[in-house]
Design a protein around this ligand. Structure first.
Ligand SMILES: O=C(O)CCC(=O)C(=O)O
Ligand SMILES: [Fe+2]
Length: 327
């Protein structure tokens, strides 16, 4: 089913779904590039994620603050293992472990040894996903948008992230595992540990949230894909609902264009839908990541910001919409 433009809001809108029970992401018989166009796409035969080792690594870091501090000291600017949810009741109620390729290079060999085989298993899992699935998805996106996306993704602007939705956060009754957002980059591959009850949800039309099956490995496109494709690819809003007492782990590989890539639609015919900032080539990936980064770190409890004296989620999303789209 094709996506459509509307003239009043020059953003891709999903067609109304006849039956809102399931997100349109798991039609495995459709080629990947056609599902990426409007919704989440499912990877039919994903690499198996080592969730047992992931869980053990997260448990080790949580129960060993000295080890966690040594890890965080290798990247003092932001840290690696983030635990704001242990003390912040309003932020996303999850812990994260962010190990980008560049941060990995900063790890001393002795610390790597201390982190042990579980850490190694997690790193090699992400490296396999990068080797196998990233080219596959970039090829599908290239076919969809009609230009070679892989040449914009040569410098490994990636992040390997584990999310741990532990029950014992500062706000154990909260259902907010991960607040509604769009990812900043080109796409993210989300592996889930099959935990039922808690759910990753996608917004299939404004205000309509639909759970993704807990055993699906999904591809969610982000803002960079939406802009570069001239709105042909949708940046899907998603969130994670949490259930008290239930732990969920996910592993996410975020893929973004190289930092110096200008965020401007490849097809000039689409420029009219975008802001002056975008069409004049004033927004590059690095600058856009900086703006978005403040918002997601705020949502995750790792940075304080106020926007126009407020910090509501709606304002934050509106801000990005204003930066990207024409009035
Ligand atoms: O945990 C998940 O399933 C999704 C997490 C997510 O959307 C994110 O970290 O951007
Ligand atoms: Fe996300």
């Amino acid at each position: 089913m094709a996506a459509i433009f509307t003239t009043s809001a020059p953003q891709l809108k999903l067609d109304q779904h006849e039956d809102q029970q399931t997100p349109r992401h798991h039609s495995l018989d459709q080629p990947l590039h056609s599902t990426l166009r409007t919704q989440l796409a499912t990877l039919p035969t994903p690499i198996k994620a080592p969730f047992g080792q992931m869980r053990r690594l997260l448990d080790t870091l949580l129960s060993n603050p000295t080890l966690a501090a040594s890890l965080n000291n290798t990247y003092p600017k932001r840290g690696i293992f983030k635990t704001a949810a242990l003390t912040n009741t309003n932020s996303d109620q999850k812990l994260t472990l962010d190990i980008s390729p560049s941060r990995l290079e900063l790890l001393p060999a002795s610390l790597r040894t201390e982190l042990g085989p579980d850490f190694d298993a997690v790193v090699s899992f992400f490296q396999s996903v990068e080797r196998v699935h990233v080219p596959q998805i970039l090829a599908a996106l290239s076919q969809l948008v009609g230009f070679d996306m892989s040449r914009l993704h040569a410098a490994r602007n990636l992040n390997f992230r584990l999310c741990d939705y532990i029950p014992s956060t500062a706000n154990p009754d909260s259902s907010n595992g991960c607040g509604a957002h769009r990812d900043y980059g080109t796409f993210s591959i989300i592996f889930q540990d099959k935990t039922a009850l808690t759910a990753l949800e996608a917004e299939v039309s404004p205000g309509i949230w639909v759970p993704v099956p807990p055993d699906a490995t999904v591809v969610v496109c982000g803002w960079c894909a939406a802009v570069l494709s001239g709105g042909e690819i949708k940046a899907v809003r998603h969130r994670v609902r949490r259930v008290p007492g239930v732990r969920r782990i996910s592993a996410v590989l975020f893929v973004a264009p190289d930092l110096e890539v200008k965020l401007r639609p490849f097809d000039e015919g689409k420029w009219k839908y975008f802001s002056d900032e975008i069409i004049h080539g004033n927004v590059d990936v690095e600058g856009f990541k900086e703006v978005m980064g403040k918002k997601w770190r705020h949502r995750e409890g790792n940075e304080d910001i106020t926007l126009n004296g407020q910090d509501s989620e709606v304002d934050q999303d509106d801000d990005i919409q204003r930066l990207v789209w024409a009035d």
